[in-house]
Design a protein around this ligand. Structure first.
Ligand SMILES: [Zn+2]
Ligand SMILES: [Zn+2]
Length: 194
């Protein structure tokens, strides 16, 4: 097995979704491009040794670091993932409800505009498509809402999955004891503060 510190850090993905699906919480890194998601799976995640997959969360204010890595049967193309993300309801739900295990799947993130969706599709403002003006300017018709343009997204889940059983929420003061997290913050945060 290769040492943790030689594995490159990868953050070229859009975020992480948390969904209850197939009897377990699913942790779903969101990729904007189907081809990229296929090659990430094929070259990297497919080779991960399931019991060694780790995900770590480190909160700082209203944001958190998502950190994921694993031993690989093909160390040459291994990557570790990280992203600094905004806390969300789904994140909090995952934190409370994961029960020590989750499925890892990739999701392809597709942005949807008003013309692409059904009337009951929900906009990021929280209101449905039918509550948005269908004129040139598809602003939300709720008086109290300042949404100026319908936008929503759809996540297409890839079928293949891995099992994660090593999940930890850490405080920044404790990361020194966790090699994956320590390496991530060292490379991607502390070494850039100078
Ligand atoms: Zn809206
Ligand atoms: Zn609205």
């Amino acid at each position: 097995m290769s040492s943790q510190s030689s594995i490159p850090w990868f953050d070229d993905f859009m975020g992480v979704a948390y969904r209850f699906y197939d009897l377990r919480m699913n942790v779903i890194p969101l990729i904007s491009d189907r081809k990229q998601s296929a090659s990430l799976w094929h070259d990297t995640i497919h080779w991960w040794v399931d019991p060694s997959i780790k995900i770590r969360f480190v909160e700082t204010g209203d944001k958190y670091w998502f950190i994921m890595g694993s031993d690989s049967q093909k160390p040459d193309t291994n990557l570790s993932f990280f992203k600094v993300l905004q806390k969300s309801e789904n994140y909090e739900r995952f934190k409370k409800g994961h029960g020590g295990e989750a499925y890892l799947r990739l999701g392809v993130y597709a942005k949807k505009l008003l013309g692409d969706v059904k009337k009951n599709a929900r906009c990021n403002c929280g209101h449905e498509a039918k509550d948005h003006d269908e004129g040139d300017n598809d602003e939300c018709l709720y008086n109290s809402c300042d949404c100026k343009k319908f936008s929503s997204f759809q996540v297409n889940l890839l079928k293949r999955k891995k099992m994660i059983t090593d999940i930890a929420f850490l405080e920044e003061k404790d990361v020194k004891n966790d090699p994956l997290t320590w390496n991530c913050l060292n490379v991607n945060k502390y070494s850039k503060l100078k």
